[in-house]
Ligand binder design. Structure first.
Ligand code: ADP
Length: 497
């Protein structure tokens, strides 16, 4: 399969196995149907690994196992200290196997190894470690009711959580979903994206190594319309946590009504990154690049609408285009790569489709604007970092999520215009503001309708800080204390004295 020379022997072994099986009730099993699917290496387009393809029957087995583990298994009877120790062990194992996980992630998703190693893997470990700390601090209240009674609340787990994750941060999204759910005492059925199932499966092995009881986490790779839909419809699953596109989020919202599941949705975005003329321009240029080209632009909160104050628009556009044009593109596994390939052929077609749409709409390509088929990259899904100018906020490239390395520069007149245009979108996931004026920074941060606002920075994350959407970017907050709300429910207990 051609990866041996570039990766650890254990990674070569992991991807070269005849079949990567799914994890149900503590056992690695084939799909009930016997079906399998291939996951390609996006840098070459060649087959990377073959994976068991979960469907309705497998989801049913996984949901029953998770139900048993929740209702009968040892897991709910573990002390908080035992659960905490287990989550800490998982964090340690992620770190101990960090290079291997990073290489698998890069081969499967395409992202640069530097990002996998320095961002995704440590953040995944940090997520388990942070929620380990919460296990012993999830408490109820005693309430000042009529003294003839004693009333208190219990914060109890929701039950079986169905967790459907995307392909842009496969390991990290698995950690964002599993760590808080486990900390709160739930059991899980996790479905990784069909494009990138491998690190979730490797994580499953580490969960077992850490000593997680059978059935507490079940991992079912498969496709959205089959395995994903089966999770959303399954009557034994109490909650669905989804990260992915807004269209699928809406579908899950509708489908989950049948069993009235608790639902949390982290969906798409078309985030405004607003640069005022009084900003530190060189920092703002760097921030604009990080905002849109990090992870090839396959980031739901990417700052894809780059609003620039009119009076400095042209020079700023030139600086961004120059920097974007000089970013090193190549296979993620090469240490020098800054921008890797997109995840799939489908994503390549979608992004290049938007490049055509932008050109037809009259936007001007300052740099990029096409697939990259330089020698050595021909088989991969590479799109050159692209900067469009002459964009209006009502063009499709400014309204629809592209999910690739494409930024649309839009001029604005003043603060009011920036906020009006910035908010003129169906989405509300994130925003950036660049200015040296502290009062202006505060005013704009409040006026923007989005779940996260970065001032003089972009794409900064920490496990302690909540993340999620306004408007059609979804509801519910992941990370921080907020995620405990997603994975617990409150019981009020009355005793007559
Ligand atoms: P993208 O369009 O960027 O691939 P999706 O929202 O389609 O993003 O995918 C995110 C996750 O949702 C993946 O795990 C995918 O398999 C899953 N998914 C897609 N369609 C459905 C569906 N109808 N029901 C449940 N899950 C789905």
């Amino acid at each position: 399969m051609g990866v041996a020379a570039r990766v650890e022997p254990s990674v070569e072994q992991f991807v070269a196995a005849p079949l990567r099986k799914m994890l149900i009730d503590g056992k690695w099993v084939q799909a009930a149907s016997g079906k399998t699917f291939e996951t390609p290496d996006p840098a070459t387009g060649k087959v990377l690994a073959r994976v068991a393809e979960g469907d309705k029957e497998d989801v049913d087995r996984a949901a029953r196992a998770a139900r048993r583990a929740f209702d009968e298994g040892p897991w709910p009877r573990w002390t908080p200290a035992e659960r905490e120790r287990l989550l800490l062990k998982i964090a340690d194992l992620i770190e101990a196997n960090g290079l291997e996980l990073a290489q698998i992630e890069t081969l499967d998703n395409g992202k640069s190894l530097g990002e996998s190693q320095n961002v995704d893997v440590p953040s995944a470990a940090a997520t388990f470690r942070y929620y380990a700390g919460w296990v012993s601090k999830i408490t109820g209240d005693t309430n000042p009711t009529d003294p003839a009674f004693f009333n208190f609340t219990l914060r109890e787990p929701v039950g079986v959580c169905g967790q459907i994750i995307p392909w842009n941060f496969p390991l990290l999204m698995a950690a964002w979903k599993l760590a808080p759910a486990l900390a709160c005492g739930n059991t899980c059925v996790l479905k990784p994206a069909e494009q990138t199932p491998l690190t979730a499966l490797r994580l499953g092995e580490l969960l077992q190594e850490a000593g997680l009881p059978d059935g507490v986490v079940n991992i079912v790779p498969g496709f959205g319309e089959t395995a994903g839909a089966a999770i959303v419809q399954h009557p034994m699953i109490d909650k669905v946590a989804f990260t992915g596109s807004t269209d699928v989020g809406k579908q899950i919202h509708r489908e989950s009504a049948g069993t009235l599941k608790r639902v949390s949705l982290e969906l798409g975005g078309k985030s405004p990154n607003i640069v005022f003329a009084d900003a530190d321009v060189s920092e703002a240029v760097k921030g604009a690049l990080v905002g849109v080209f990090f992870n090839q632009g396959e980031v739901c909160c990417a700052g894809t609408r780059l609003f620039v104050e009119e009076k400095m628009h042209d020079e700023f556009a030139d600086a961004v285009a120059k920097a974007a044009g000089s970013m090193k593109q190549g296979p993620g596994i090469d240490a020098t790569t800054q921008v890797g390939p997109l995840v799939s052929q489908e994503q390549l077609e979608r992004v290049t489709g938007y490049l055509d749409i932008g050109k037809k709409e009259g936007a001007k390509v300052l740099t990029g604007g096409e697939r990259n088929t330089a020698p050595g990259l021909e088989g991969g899904y590479f799109v050159k970092p692209t900067v469009f100018t002459g964009v209006r906020n009502d063009m499709r490239i400014a309204r629809e999520e592209i999910f690739g390395p494409v930024v649309a520069l839009i001029p604005f007149k003043d603060e009011n215009d920036a906020v009006l245009q910035g908010n003129d979108t169906n989405y509300g996931l994130a925003a950036g503001v660049w200015t040296r004026d502290v009062s202006k920074a505060h005013r704009v941060a409040r006026a923007i309708r989005a779940g996260t606002v970065w001032v003089n920075c972009y794409n900064v994350f920490d496990v302690t800080s909540p993340f999620g959407g306004y408007k059609q970017s979804g509801y519910g907050r992941e990370l921080g204390r907020a995620a405990l709300e997603l994975y617990t429910q409150t019981k009020s207990v009355w005793l007559r004295i």
